[in-house]
Design a protein around this ligand. Structure first.
Ligand code: NPW
Ligand code: ADP
Ligand code: K
Length: 504
């Protein structure tokens, strides 16, 4: 699903109105109904809503939501800050709201702000949507700060008011609503996916309002939101007569004294992702641990406590890095490895840290290799970034220059491609910020490459499956209890969910 700019979304709104022969007010009604449905479902025990409306169409949404909730017998008050000319849709919905007889107050100064000492009152933020085009100032700015300081839950409609939907980098210190939940229409807005804006959106919920899918597909965008739908028809069924050779031989080059677990996790994840054969090349000190934990894995010892010998290439699909440490011999062999093969590698953890120090060798990294840095590791490759847009740009420069894929790990893990496309992963949860979770991803990625998926699909499918498995664990055990081994154990279920193969 594409991620579009505010301007493109407005175009899509327009095409939807024409193609479906509906009015703007009807589309707004759809949007308001989906929001009201969500609110009623998630706020079962709350009955009192304060709805703050601006004068544009976001305010129009707020008024329509107010009416729908009022007609369902909730206690609703509307507060209006006029920050520009009223839109037609606002005016129409204002009239409809007034007919319900619900209370309305225009805010002219902070003396007009309502008392928020009752924490059970839920605030609905419909001040600005994607039409915001400059920093919020004056009374609306004071209102946003006041709402942020209250302890009430805030539900933002479409986007937290004050946040610029496309690029908020120069607006970070401006007044912006800090929502508990954001109900955004149809597609995520790019600003909602970037870590620098994390304090604003709260939980992000996408509500479909039936925008024209062809119109969305026709818009040019380098940004994509990857959901299960992306993989429809992209995961081939296994051939009846296939054998283990069909699904590739993975080699995990990993581990050092004290970090053998990383190798165990990566190789187990590779098996659970469907690699035909998995060999772990690990220091001898991990031999028994590996064979006991993963009897299906073959072991090639390399070094005593750390890798210090030439890494055999054969026909392996190789991932290198988890737990290898940054010993001098390991460093030498890692650099040697990248110059001896042209097959895509998965490069993670300490292999990334080693190579980051050897810029002169970066052009030897095989094309279409996959690098999996978390932000700290990434900064060793691209330096420091001033804002998240610059981070994406610098990463794309590197991906393009070296012809490689770079997966920036974290919430909404982002795959950056050599063609400068950015794919944001929709699955996963903060429970996955746990030791070894990245090692699992490495095993998944190399297993997909070994099964013949392109580097691009391996990145997208790998991060999606990883996140989906993590979500299944969180659902069962709660986020804090998620551990990397559980993610591996849920890869099968994640795969079944994606391919909808009935479990018998
Ligand atoms: N059919 C549809 O189209 C649908 C639309 N939908 C909804 O519409 C929302 C977009 O609505 P929108 O375009 O009216 O813009 P919105 O964000 O409400 O307000 C912008 C207004 O504020 C003004 N302004 C801007 N910056 C300002 C500032 N810093 N300080 C003060 N004023 C400022 C700007 O006026 P300006 O002065 O720039 O002329 C403009 O008048 C969208 O997010 C979704 O919620 C849904 O219902 C689905 C169907
Ligand atoms: N808040 C989050 N939401 C979703 N996924 C997350 C979050 N935090 C971390 N993850 C995922 O967990 C993994 C952590 O990897 P990494 O930092 O390399 O851990 P480790 O080195 O311990 O294996 C990554 O795949 C990352 O995307
Ligand atoms: K809003």
């Amino acid at each position: 699903m594409k991620i579009l700019t505010a301007q493109q979304l407005k175009r899509v709104d327009q095409i939807t109105l024409e193609k479906e022969n509906i009015t703007s007010i009807e589309l707004m009604e759809r949007a308001a109904n989906t929001c009201a449905e969500w609110i009623i479902k998630h706020y079962k025990t709350h009955h009192n809503f304060y709805i703050f409306c601006g004068s544009g169409n976001n305010g129009g949404d707020g008024l329509a939501i107010a009416r729908i909730l009022k007609l369902k017998h909730y206690i609703v008050s509307v507060f209006i800050v006029s920050n520009a000319a009223y839109s037609d849709e606002f005016e129409e919905n204002f009239e409809r709201w007034q007919k319900t007889g619900g209370p309305t107050k225009s805010l002219h100064s902070d003396d007009d702000f309502p008392d928020l000492s009752n924490k059970n009152i839920v605030i609905i933020d419909a001040l600005f949507g994607i039409g915001l085009n400059r920093e919020v100032k004056g009374l609306t700015a004071t209102l946003i700060n006041t709402l942020n300081h209250a302890d009430n839950d805030i539900i933002s409609i479409d986007i937290p008011s004050g946040l610029h939907a496309d690029n908020n980098a120069t607006n970070l210190h401006a007044p912006i609503i800090r929502a508990t939940h954001t109900l955004t229409f149809e597609l995520p807005k790019i600003a909602l996916l970037l870590p620098e804006n994390q304090e604003f959106s709260g939980s992000l919920n996408l509500l479909s309002i039936g925008l024209n899918q062809n119109a969305i597909a026709q818009q040019e965008s380098n940004y994509e939101w990857v959901t299960a739908a992306y993989f429809h028809n992209r995961i081939p069924k296994r051939n009846k007569f296939s054998h283990k050779g069909t699904f590739g031989h993975v080699k995990i080059v990993a581990g050092s004294l004290g970090k053998i677990g990383a190798a165990i996790l990566s190789s187990k994840a590779a098996l659970r992702t469907g690699a035909g054969l998995v060999t772990a090349e690990i220091p001898y000190c991990g031999y028994t641990a590996m064979q006991s934990a993963n009897p299906e894995v073959m072991v090639i010892p390399n070094g005593e406590k750390h890798l210090d010998k030439r890494i055999d290439l054969d026909d392996y699909h190789i991932a290198i890095g988890p737990g290898i440490g940054i010993n001098e011999d390991t460093e030498k062999e890692t650099i040697r490895l990248i110059s001896r093969t042209t097959e895509p590698l998965v490069i993670d953890a300490d292999a990334l840290n080693i190579l980051a120090e050897h810029k002169e060798d970066w052009d030897k990294i095989p094309r279409f290799s996959i690098l999996t840095p978390h932000p700290k590791e990434l900064s060793r490759w691209i330096g420091h970034w001033k804002n998240d847009f610059e981070k994406l740009e610098l990463t794309a420069n590197l991906a393009e220059e070296l012809g490689i894929y770079i997966i920036i790990k974290g919430a909404y893990t982002t795959t950056v491609t050599p063609k400068r496309n950015f794919f944001f992963n929709s699955s996963g949860n903060p429970g996955m910020a746990t030791a070894g979770s990245g090692d699992v991803l490495t095993g998944i990625l190399i297993a997909l490459l070994a099964q013949g998926y392109s580097s691009e699909i391996s990145c997208l499918l790998g991060t999606y499956l990883h996140g989906c498995a993590g979500d299944l664990v969180a659902l069962e055990k709660g986020e804090p209890a998620v551990i990397a081994s559980d993610i591996i154990e849920n890869l099968g279920k994640a795969y079944l969910q994606l391919t909808k193969i009935p479990q018998s």
